[in-house]
Design a protein around this ligand. Structure first.
Ligand code: FAD
Length: 426
């Protein structure tokens, strides 16, 4: 007798949730309930982007379909080498979702709701109802942003630059401090200077004062690197540096390493992983997650005009004078800013867990993974509970796999993880 079809609840309908839903519908007979309070295909990267925010990958890397690398470029009508707007990629994900919703209408249900936690029989929703499900895929995106130790509770401190309306409220004559100098800081600087009326400067400060590097117009083909003789993290760094010096373009070496990064990361000892996080992760991210050439040119222009300054160093304190704004003690002394915008990347768990992930941790249905970067999982992406046991039908996809994996936030990795979800595991 044929067994009854299973129901799988996908929690979160951003990029990862949409790709997971697509692969599960195409690759299994399961009925899928996608739980997402907003529009599927929104999410942090593509749902809150502005027209001047470009993808930091070429169109040829951004296909939703693991079997069809040209899917996005064809949909966008562009060449695979172009850097397209992130808003357009959001439209693409919505089109991908609309397509599967139409094709698999009899097996797909969209619940416009927020998940509050997991029950023995499915997913508890914030409105008190329950989605009954045999399996669950957690696709709720990044942990909340990290906050500087000196974080003030003040209206001129923007804790989350992605929050709706957060940047629009900043007056154009107020000097602004960006805490962080990565891709988020670049996004914020582009938004604050999108119109000419900003005449006050923007300062970005980070420990190293290092901005992301820039893609070239035409990509150099990735260079493979033999690391078989490397026994330690130190050996690997030496080999990568030597090859980067030899290759015409270091980007080719960085790109060539990408398929092996998870293998390298998991082979490191915990101490090596820790050393990598403390000393190498930031320079690595600057080389690996690069700005589109036009974004790099715009940033150079803003710096050349004195509208954007980048400084190395920490923030010692922030205090709120009665007249408004914030007095910030930087390495060079105390300086007044009309607004301070937190541009740090994702925070560590458990502190940065949202309410849903927090409830999984509280209930022992998940445990914090290596270095607090994400949740603990097995090789098939199944959550590991507080008791160390694998949760058979509860799987994780996307940025919260970080720690167990290294490369898990970009579309090529997410679509591969989504495909893997459709393969039954024992
Ligand atoms: C600014 C930025 C730019 C990027 N640019 C690129 C790029 O150019 N190329 C590339 O390959 N990658 C890029 N990435 C990385 C990558 O594409 C994203 O990390 C990816 O979008 C992650 O998808 P996600 O679905 O896990 O998270 P998100 O897209 O953030 O989606 C999470 C979803 O979960 C929902 N959700 C959260 N909690 C609940 C709950 N309790 N119940 C129900 N739903 C919930 C949210 O509403 C949201 O829709 C970028 C990332 C960022 C942040």
């Amino acid at each position: 007798m044929a067994s009854a079809p299973r129901t799988v609840a996908v929690v979160g309908g951003g990029c990862a949730g949409v790709l997971a839903t697509r692969e599960l519908l195409r690759g299994t007979d399961d009925r899928i309930v996608l739980i997402e309070p907003g529009e599927p295909g929104g999410g942090l990267a593509y749902g809150s982007a502005r027209p001047w925010h470009l993808l930091n990958s070429r169109a040829g890397a951004m296909s939703a379909d693991p079997d069809d690398a040209g899917h996005f470029a064809r949909w966008a009508g562009c060449s695979p080498g172009e850097f397209r707007p992130r808003t357009e990629y959001g439209q693409y994900l919505r089109a991908v979702f609309a397509d599967v919703a139409e094709t698999f209408a009899d097996r797909l249900e969209l619940r416009r709701s927020r998940a509050a936690g997991l029950s023995a029989t499915g997913v508890r929703l914030a409105d008190g109802s329950e989605v009954r499900a045999d399996g669950v895929v957690v696709a709720t995106g990044n942990p909340a942003p990290a906050q500087p130790a000196a974080r003030p509770d003040h209206p001129d401190y923007v804790a989350d630059p992605w929050a709706k309306g957060a940047l629009e409220a900043i007056p154009s004559d107020a000097p602004v401090l960006l805490v962080g100098a990565g891709l988020t800081a670049i996004d914020v600087a582009l938004t604050l200077t999108a119109t000419r009326d900003r005449d006050a400067p923007i300062t970005a400060v980070s420990r190293r004062g290092q901005l992301p590097l820039t893609h070239t117009e035409v990509a150099a083909p990735p260079v493979g690197l033999a690391l078989d003789d490397c026994a330690t993290l130190r050996d690997i760094v030496r080999a990568v540096r030597a090859e980067a010096a030899r290759a015409g373009d270091w980007r080719a070496v960085v790109d060539g390493l990408r398929p092996y990064l998870d293998e390298l990361w998991t082979a490191f000892t915990p101490d090596e992983q820790d050393a990598f996080l403390r000393h190498l992760a930031r320079p690595w991210e600057c080389h690996r997650h690069r700005m589109a050439p036009t974004v790099g040119a715009r940033v150079a222009e803003l710096r050349g005009e004195g509208r954007l300054e980048v400084r190395a160093g920490g923030i010692r304190s922030m205090t709120a004078p009665a007249a408004g704004g914030l007095l910030v003690e930087l390495e060079a002394g105390v300086q007044w800013f009309g607004a301070v915008v937190n541009c740090a990347g994702p925070g560590r768990l458990p502190a940065a867990a949202g309410s849903f992930v927090g409830s999984l941790l509280d209930a022992g249905q998940a445990r914090v993974g290596p270095h607090g970067l994400g949740l603990d999982i097995d090789a098939d992406g199944r959550l590991i509970g507080a008791d160390g046991r694998v949760q058979p039908d509860r799987r994780l996809i996307g940025p919260l796999r970080r720690g167990a994996k290294w490369e898990t936030t970009a579309v090529p990795e997410i679509r591969a993880q989504a495909r893997h979800l459709a393969i039954p595991v024992g």
